[in-house]
Ligand binder design. Sequence first.
Ligand code: SF4
Length: 654
Amino acid sequence: MYAPTLFGYQRRETIPVSIGDLMLGSDFPIRIQSMTTVDTMDTVGSIEQSIRMIDAGCELVRITAPSVKEAQNLENIRKGLRAKGYKTPLVADIHFTPNAAELAARIVEKVRINPGNYADKKRFETIEYSESSYQAELERIRDKFLPLVKICKEYGTAMRIGTNHGSLSDRILSRYGDTPLGMVESALEFLRICEDEKYFNIVLSMKASNTQVMVEAYRLLSKKLADGQFKAYPLHLGVTEAGEGEDGRIKSAVGIGTLLEDGLGDTVRVSLTEDPEFEIPVAKDLVNRYVGRNRPNAPIPSLSNLSAGFDSPINPFAHTRRKSAELMNFGGHQVPRVIADYSHLKSISMEDLKSIGHFYLPEPDKWAMNDLGADYLFTGTSDLDFMLPNGLKQIQSATTWLQSSPSEHQFPLFEVEDWLKASKKHAQLNFVQADAEEIWSNDLFVNALKLAQNEVLVLSSSFSNRMAAIRRAFFELEIQGIHIPVVIRLNYQDIHADQFQLFAPTDAGALFIDGFGDGLMLSLAGLPVQSSLENSTNFGILQACRVRISKTEYISCPSCGRTLFDLQETTARIRQVTDHLKGVKIGIMGCIVNGPGEMADADYGYVGIGKDKIALYRGQEVVKKSVPADSAVDELIQLIKEDGIWKDPQETNN
Ligand code: SF4
């Protein structure tokens, strides 16, 4: 398999890699890193920004070196930092320019190369290769890459072979397609050359902005390395172009957190369209969760104890949703449902529903709903003294439901014991709340679930390692042939809101990426009812896992020394005018060199091509070549209008 265990936590064992004085790999803490955004030729600016990053906890500082002159200037930046007492290793980020890499490798502690563009210019062409012409291509790569390997070996410089989903070479695309396997093979082509030279000081990464693709590629890489042909190299984790703010944090946590849960990852870079020092606390929160987790999680039984020979019920290398029966709007082909948990409130007012996307408008006396309107409201033992809007149904504790005269739109949530003995149930839809452990230990309950017709299981876990426990329960449901819909319920306490926005996407995201879950119900103890945090995190996780799209998606690069416009300001401007276009993916890239490839997943692209000059893309195709920056946002809107996708904001609010 790709991970040491699926039902506990164990860090994947790796060889050690030395980056200057910094050691990386499974014997060492998971390292935090980031990348500067100022021009590499701005020596003072680069030093000052690096210091802000290091002071925030950054253990490796990456700086772009697009050409030889920037590579040379790394020496001044390095000297400046050392003169101020900062010994943090530096990494040169290279695309397209072997001569810059060969120079940088003599100056800094590590060089990152992108195997998609180190030896190839992208032409977006499909080329038919025979076996011999493919081999000839590999020889050409070897000739271009070998000098760098030799220099790294001589100078003790480390290297990251960092694949990006969006910048695979035409050769790889022609043979493997735009797939996780293509991403892995892209790195392995270069890795073989390193190993032939007995150069092993290497870290690998498989980044994508699509979290499913990213997780699958890392898993596949880990499996390929474990198959024995290669050494167990450390992994650098990251989601590219995660965006900014809440969306960027949730998306990063889904991708990075899912892999960390499986014990994969030795260094982490969170890519946000924000100043790099803001990435560091996010990375720290993600990583620190695993400090001290390296002990067996005894209570979760392994699969083999229960059913020897049973194969994994999921394909960890290709997202497939668990097959579940369709029950009302749960399961089957329905999107995963969002359940808001108000069970802690003694009384609930109409006003309180604003934070879950439902608004009462007294003037026309009707309800309105935004794109993040929850589907169900769990009210626990509380009563409501008003009618819920049509789009929102009520779930009550079964004890309350049984004592009242519920309407057909009110549904009971049973505890396991109460459900097993219940003489009265809803004719169409009942919820049963169970701890994951019940699924592998309570035979009576499992046998009753096999016969259940009108039930949705609400699965939670009291284990500290809750993702692994719930995953184990899902595996058991498959073993037992139980296909009822399942809502994942995660309650958090004693953590702050920033951590909630990372831990919930890690736990729930890992399950949805595996294809599990027909609904999501999150809560954080102590939040005021006016807070929309739980609701937006519910929807944010589903969007980041690509299982329910409810808003516009921005694939914006974090910016670097190549950036040609103010990314943060431009992203905010584009977001302001397009954030009502549900489901549309807009790439916002700071430069032409790497931008179009990196936003491979976007429907539209806004890419810097020169000072105050923007290129607009439809998918991978440039449709407006050189638009003045002042009018580029208007031109982007025009382009979306031409495609018939544009809606005025008021249309979408109704
Ligand atoms: S797309 Fe953005 S982060 Fe990537 S190289 Fe260009 S400016 Fe830098």
